[in-house]
Ligand binder design. Structure first.
Ligand code: HEC
Ligand code: HEC
Length: 361
């Protein structure tokens, strides 16, 4: 089954590379022949869908960090905790707004003392399911990732692990919660802080109509959306964006066919210093991509249409006709999921946590 899908994708890419004519529809249906537009078949072959299964889970499990209600409650508090920043002003939510898209709608993020980082903030929604974290994959999972921003001098800028632990230890609620959640060590440590935040993130799942469709509800997508999916596959996007997250499962070179417009950020090379990694980035998930503008690691592109056009040009060596771009974008919008409103809405700092010391350190 897998092999069939792959062969199809490769064939589709191969034939489309040769010409800019519209791709032949994978399997014509009687109704398609009747209309003037190159209408795709109404139903999508299950073999094609297999490359995108399973549908999005409600929880991204990690057996090394089992979830409990108390751990999640603690993680939620830490996610919004400005004490984890040197200025007492910045929390995870500053750059990953949970009430919007899990990112910050900026080209690149503003952190400690208004310093601007060079990379665009990815969404935390569904991130826990990706094969690695960060644009360059330098953290293996959300547990490892969560330690990064707290100590990063241009993000939350805490001096060292000791000062992070000291800040939280001052608050009785945290002392009690850590003791309850981590009964073996009972300790407030950077690893336990990260585990709790990660536990909270492991339920930030946003299932969409696409999941209903994957799970067999053929009416979950409109005919236009199904046609958009066919176009997405036939154009060759699936070579990199597939699986549950429609991405988030491999590294790829940005500018694979035609060099990218900028090499200021060399991607994975910046972390590994391995020549072969130059311009390799994590292929991002396209879940909620409608909501997470601006696009790419540097946030350099404002619209989804332009992002798709550049992907065609630089990753596949093709100038996509406007109609194809529109159709692909129609499909991509089916990946917009529902924010788990009850899980993230109206966060209230537990009464036992006193306000953080005055901002501005
Ligand atoms: C100052 C803004 C800022 C703050 C504060 C911040 N982040 Fe981020 N976050 C970013 C940026 C920018 C990236 C991408 C950096 C990179 O890839 O090199 C990122 C990446 C991530 C990722 C990786 C997602 C993916 O798809 O690879 C996760 C998860 C994440 N942050 C969670 C958190 C958590 C948890 C906190 C709080 C402990 C936090 N962030 C604090 C800006 C921020
Ligand atoms: C050869 C692999 C490859 C192919 C083929 C490919 N992409 Fe990508 N895509 C990537 C990589 C790598 C990135 C991340 C680039 C970066 O570092 O900013 C990306 C980023 C994107 C983004 C930006 C997402 C964000 O959150 O910023 C969109 C949208 C996108 N791709 C859509 C598509 C579409 C649509 C197609 C087909 C026309 C396609 N891609 C084909 C590898 C690929």
């Amino acid at each position: 089954m897998k092999r069939a899908v792959l062969t199809f994708v490769l064939l589709a890419v191969a034939c489309e590379k040769k010409s800019t004519e519209p791709a032949p529809a994978p399997a014509a249906s009687p109704s398609a022949a009747a209309s003037a537009a190159p209408a795709p078949p109404a139903e999508i072959d299950d073999a094609l869908l297999a490359a995108f299964k399973p549908a999005l889970p409600a929880v991204f499990e990690n057996k090394d960090n089992p979830l409990t209600e108390d751990k999640i409650t603690l993680g939620r508090a830490l996610y919004y905790e400005t004490r984890l920043s040197a200025s007492n002003k910045i929390s995870c939510n500053t750059c990953h707004h949970l009430d919007v898209d899990g990112a910050d709608q900026r080209k690149s993020s503003i952190g400690h003392k208004d310093q601007e980082g060079k990379r665009n903030s990815p969404s935390v929604y569904n991130a826990a399911g990706h094969f690695v974290q960060f644009w360059d994959g330098r953290a293996k999972d959300v547990e490892e990732q969560a330690k990064g921003p707290i100590l990063n001098p241009i993000e939350m800028a805490m001096q060292d692990e000791k000062s992070v632990v000291a800040e939280l230890t001052r608050v009785k609620w945290y002392r009690d919660q850590f003791a309850k959640v981590f009964p073996e060590s009972k300790a407030i440590t950077i690893d336990n802080i990260a585990k709790a935040i990660a536990a909270f993130e492991r339920k930030l799942s946003t299932p969409s109509r696409w999941d209903k469709f994957l799970n067999g509800d053929k009416s979950a997508l409109t005919a236009d959306e199904k046609a958009g999916f066919q176009k997405f596959v036939a154009t060759g996007c699936t070579a990199c964006h597939m699986g549950t997250y429609v991405g988030g499962s491999m590294y790829q070179k940005l500018g694979l066919v035609k060099p990218w417009t900028s090499d200021k950020d060399l991607g994975r090379f910046e972390h590994t210093k391995n020549e072969a990694d130059k311009m390799f980035f994590k292929v991002p998930s396209l879940r909620n991509v409608e909501k997470t503008a601006p696009y790419f690691h540097d946030g350099s592109v404002a619209t989804l249409e332009e992002a798709v056009r550049l992907m065609g040009r630089h990753q596949l060596g093709r100038e996509l006709p406007d109609a194809d771009i529109k159709s692909i974008v129609t499909f991509l919008k089916t990946l917009t999921g529902e924010i788990p409103k009850d899980y993230v809405a109206e966060y209230k700092v537990p009464a036992e946590i006193p306000p953080a010391p005055k901002p501005g350190k």
